[in-house]
Write a protein that binds this ligand. Structure first.
Ligand SMILES: O=C[C@H](O)[C@@H](O)CC(=O)C(=O)O
Ligand SMILES: [Zn+2]
Length: 280
């Protein structure tokens, strides 16, 4: 068994108001995402979103069903998004191999049975970041290369939020049931992501902070717009954002993050923007 899991229940905004630092971190922060030769899932009850990562080093790692799914195969009732943030790797799906270079992605639809992750080189392994959501229809598997993504430039250097957003898994690029994933890179000198912040009560979201330089950190902001909290985050850590919460961050340097979300709709632009000077 190379696959294990942890369940995170959903909390109400009223309950979260009372949380101290430790409680906030226990509920929302995922400290160890990229585990070597194992797949450790966090199964969130917000939209039943699942988050994991795997770094195959000494062997190939197979995707296994876990007990909360009560299904024979992991993808019997789910879809899966994979983004490789490491070196060259391969995902073999029922005998078909997809090679993923650094920052390439793969969408796997419902109904695939055997999924195996491997690295080309043990010295420079692949690092597969994984997000999964319930699915009710089988859409074709699709690799998304760096030229397939939709690129959006956001922010400005004057407001320290100049960043490039890349949409990988959105319904204009690949057919999906409810999963959306992409990557946002802050420009040098810019530190604020998703500012102005927003809420989308129709979708939960998970941020995975990467390329945070050693000895630097990202302060992630969550909570209702009039009742915010912060979580200090290190490189390669993820944070769960409830549908009622803002999700924004400021770093002590520039950095990159992968966002993933699911819920009521596939409309990326369905978000309620918060006025910066009204945040509390
Ligand atoms: O709902 C959308 C997500 O929060 C992110 O795509 C926002 C983001 O990457 C950014 O503004 O930098
Ligand atoms: Zn969002």
């Amino acid at each position: 068994m190379n696959n294990n899991y942890e369940v995170r229940y959903a909390s109400s905004p009223e309950a979260v108001k009372q949380y101290d630092t430790e409680a906030l971190r226990n509920e929302f922060l995922v400290e160890n995402v990229m585990t070597k030769d194992t797949l450790k899932w966090v199964y969130s009850h917000y939209d039943r979103y699942m988050v994991s990562g795997v770094v195959p080093v000494t062997k190939s790692i197979e995707l296994e069903s876990i007990d909360p799914l009560k299904s024979e195969n992991f993808l019997d009732r789910r879809e899966l998004g994979i983004i490789n943030i490491g070196d060259t790797g391969t995902v073999t799906v029922d005998g078909n191999s997809y090679t993923l270079e650094h920052k390439e992605a793969l969408y796997l639809g419902q109904g695939n049975k055997k999924v195996v992750f491997s690295s080309k080189s043990a010295n420079n392994p692949a690092q597969f970041y994984l997000n999964s959501t319930p699915a009710h229809k089988a859409f074709p598997n699709k690799k998304i290369g760096i030229n397939d993504v939709e690129v959006v430039e956001l922010g400005a250097p004057e407001t320290a939020n100049a960043r490039t957003l890349r949409k990988y898994i959105v319904n204009s690029v690949v057919d999906v049931c409810q999963l959306q994933m992409g990557m946002t890179t802050l420009k040098e000198g810019s530190v604020w992501n998703t500012m102005p912040a927003h809420v989308h009560d129709r979708r939960m979201e998970v941020y995975f902070y990467i390329e945070v330089p050693e000895d630097q950190a990202v302060c992630h902001f969550m909570g209702q717009p009039n009742e915010t909290r912060h979580i200090w985050m290190a490189n390669n850590q993820a944070v769960i954002s409830p549908p009622w919460s803002i999700h924004s961050g400021s770093g002590t340097s520039n950095y990159t993050f992968i966002w993933g979300m699911a819920g009521e709709n596939l409309d990326y632009s369905d978000m309620d923007t918060c006025k910066i000077n009204e945040l509390r």
